[in-house]
Design a binder for this molecule. Structure first.
Ligand code: NAD
Length: 389
């Protein structure tokens, strides 16, 4: 199971909540529209507290440019320690023109990289969901993407982005040579494959593992280890293998054939962006990054919209909060094992879109009312109340 924790007292409508350990959240809104969209997440959390009797301990801190301005660093040690101690970090977005000229090591993005590194978040979950109401936002034909709901699971801390030797060297004849090394160990492969199988059990029970075992030894090892783990512990899940280049083609040809795709850091970087674009808008895309399970089954976890801080629309109340709200739904599902509440948030978003309520980024055919960030939050809260209030 992805989340073994059972907060018995948190069961809805069952009276005694005194035994419940509060769910600990750290909210890091960051910069630009990160702040705006996290404001709407906060309202949904408050709604959950009141109407679903879910009690959260919420801490908030600065990250990115906001932390640079306040403390001279994109993430303080105190904020890092808080992130290590909570059940889930909800992250907005970082960056903006104000900090663009800083040296690389001091940029806002370093705050996010530090969180990922020190929390050892090795499993990056990128769902690609096409809502019926937005089926025309995709560049693919509606009959290809209608009803799409797949999950790309990318290994995030290993592979060619981190392998050594790496660098650029000058050869005796004066040519230069750039070097990166693709490396994976048994454990790195098995732990991400285990997450894929666990995820599949909560979905349609199918995993497709993508590598290049035809031309890369690391791919051969990947395929062998995924197969071995499957035989040992997950025979109830359907497992297939695909070369990553074919997977890229199949994602465009017939994306609905997939449920969970698990792949390495490099291929996952590319395939997850490809899958994202099957769905249309950046403002709709959530993500989660998970670490290893501790002895109680708790995984460190960070949830964030895929989009950035969008300086072009920041401060104007125009940002679409859906990616952030869907990221919070992922936190409910994967960190707190609250599938019913996660479904509720997703259903409220779906119903809001069905009614034709749209922010500017997704305002296309079928728009009945164009709203801003807060208007979208209001509409989702209204649907939540209609569904469960
Ligand atoms: P971006 O995702 O911020 O914006 C790209 C385009 O999509 C913009 O036109 C923006 O207005 C639009 N957009 C994005 N999210 C939206 C939303 N929720 N609602 C409506 N429209 C939305 O990417 P960018 O412009 O390349 O980068 C801007 C800044 O964000 C840079 O400083 C970059 O480094 C940073 N960034 C941060 C993250 C992160 O925090 N994880 C990710 C990507 C980029």
């Amino acid at each position: 199971r992805l989340s073994e924790r059972r907060d018995v007292g948190a069961a809805k409508g069952e009276g005694d909540t005194t035994m419940a350990a509060n769910k600990k959240l750290l909210i890091l809104p960051g910069d630009g529209i990160g702040v705006e969209v996290m404001g709407e997440v906060r309202r949904v959390i408050d709604w959950m507290g009141k109407k679903r009797r879910l009690s959260f301990d919420i801490a908030e801190d600065k990250v990115g440019g906001a932390a640079i301005d306040a403390h001279g660093t994109p993430l303080t040690d105190e904020a890092m320690a808080k992130a290590q101690g909570v059940d889930a970090v909800l992250f907005g977005a970082v960056g903006g023109p104000k900090w663009d000229s800083l040296p690389f090591a001091q940029k806002p993005e370093r705050g996010l990289l530090r969180l990922r590194k020190e929390m050892e978040l090795f499993a990056n979950l990128r769902p690609a969901i096409v809502f019926d109401a937005l089926v025309d936002a995709s560049t693919l034909k509606p009959e290809v993407v209608k009803g799409l709901d797949i999950m790309i699971l990318r290994e995030l801390t290993g592979g060619v982005y981190f392998g050594t030797p790496r660098g650029i060297e000058t050869l005796p004849d004066g040519q230069r040579r750039g070097i990166n090394t693709q490396v994976y160990t048994t454990n790195e492969i098995r732990r991400v494959a285990a997450v894929a199988f666990e995820l599949a059990r909560k979905r349609k029970n199918r995993v497709c593992s993508a590598e290049k075992a035809n031309v890369m030894e690391s791919g051969v090892l990947w395929r062998e280890e995924v197969t071995r783990l499957h035989q040992e512990s997950y025979q109830d899940v359907e497992l297939t293998h695909m070369y990553a280049d074919n997977c890229a083609m199949q994602l465009l040809r017939n994306p609905r054939q997939f449920d969970v795709i698990v792949t390495d850091n490099l291929f996952g970087d590319i395939l997850s962006d490809e899958a994202a674009m099957l769905t249309g808008s950046l403002g709709m895309l959530p993500s989660a990054s998970l670490g290893a399970a501790d002895s109680s089954g708790r995984r460190k976890a960070l949830y964030e919209p895929v989009h950035g801080s969008a300086p072009d629309i920041a401060g104007q109340g125009l940002a679409n909060p859906v990616a952030a709200l869907m990221s919070f739904a992922m936190a409910l599902r994967y960190s707190f094992d609250l599938a019913e509440d996660a479904d509720l948030v997703e259903e409220a978003v779906r119903k809001t879109l069905d009614k034709g309520i749209r922010t500017g980024d997704i305002a296309g055919p079928g728009t009945v009312e164009k709203v801003g960030t807060k208007g979208m939050g209001d509409a989702v809260l209204g649907q939540l109340t209609a569904l469960a209030g």
